[in-house]
Design a protein around this ligand. Structure first.
Ligand SMILES: [Zn+2]
Length: 261
């Protein structure tokens, strides 16, 4: 295989490794942020529950006053009953008593509902507060672990980055420029294998003539679809160990040709 090609393959391997570290660091950070957000959401929910409790308590008190007033009026009407003279007055009083009795009954029923609702909300608040407390304790632990892990990953990443500088210096400048440009436009995957006549970057099948040229490996071969730099990799059963893995396989393949080369 062409010597420059070997350098590029090894550069790609290092860059994929660096990207892997960067991804792992981002994942650590995202996990912490996600947990923090979950706690914030719960706290917001708690505040809303507490507002609801305040409003409901106010209504409960209003209902209590309404109930007491109805009972007072009922008693007053009952007392007046002894003094009435006409049947009209008697009828009017009876109606008043009946109305206030109804009101006293309905407010009493509502009072029970308030107690039930407030009891339910109180339980919800209690559960959510306990959950928040647990998650906050966990967060402190997770943050500590994440910081440690990020530090470790950064150290490893720096080590590989040093190696990258050396490897990049060994690649002819023009080729390196092409590689770097491809890296930017093709989501960190510039050099890919051709396996079973398929470009491992965009997963398109290459014409047989081009596969032969890649196999010969005496010149720079680019994928006609994604423009990535190609090298030959033997099919699975013949593959030797130590061949570079197609990095970034999880990335969406790019089918659009580069705008300008
Ligand atoms: Zn391709």
């Amino acid at each position: 295989m062409n010597e420059d090609m070997e350098k590029l393959i090894s550069l790609q391997r290092i860059d994929s490794e660096i990207a892997g570290f960067a991804q792992a660091i981002a994942k650590c950070e995202a996990d912490t942020v996600k947990r923090e957000q979950a706690i914030l959401d719960e706290q917001e929910k708690l505040a809303a529950l507490k507002t609801k409790i305040t409003l409901l308590t106010e209504k409960q008190q209003e209902n209590q006053i309404e109930h007491e007033e109805a009972e007072v009026r009922m008693k007053e009407s009952q007392n007046k009953m002894l003094l009435v003279q006409t049947s009209r007055e008697h009828q009017a009083l009876l109606k008043e008593i009946e109305d206030n009795k109804k009101l006293a009954k309905s407010t009493e029923e509502r009072a029970l509902q308030f107690i039930e609702q407030l009891d339910q909300l109180g339980k919800e608040v209690e559960a959510l507060e306990a959950q928040c407390a647990t998650e906050q304790a966990q967060l402190a632990e997770v943050k500590q672990k994440a910081a440690k892990e990020i530090k470790r990953l950064n150290t490893s990443k720096k080590g590989v980055e040093g190696e990258r500088t050396e490897k990049a210096a060994a690649v002819p400048p023009q080729l390196l420029q092409r590689y770097d440009k491809l890296m930017l436009k093709r989501h960190g995957l510039a050099v890919v294998a051709v396996k079973d006549s398929v470009c491992m970057g965009c997963h398109m099948t290459l014409p047989p003539q081009q596969v032969n040229e890649v196999l010969k490996g005496d010149k720079l071969n680019l994928c006609p679809t994604c423009q990535r730099i190609l090298y030959y990799e033997a099919p699975e059963e013949e593959a030797e160990s130590g061949t570079p893995e197609a990095a970034g396989e999880t990335l969406a393949p790019e089918e659009v040709p580069l705008a300008e080369e």
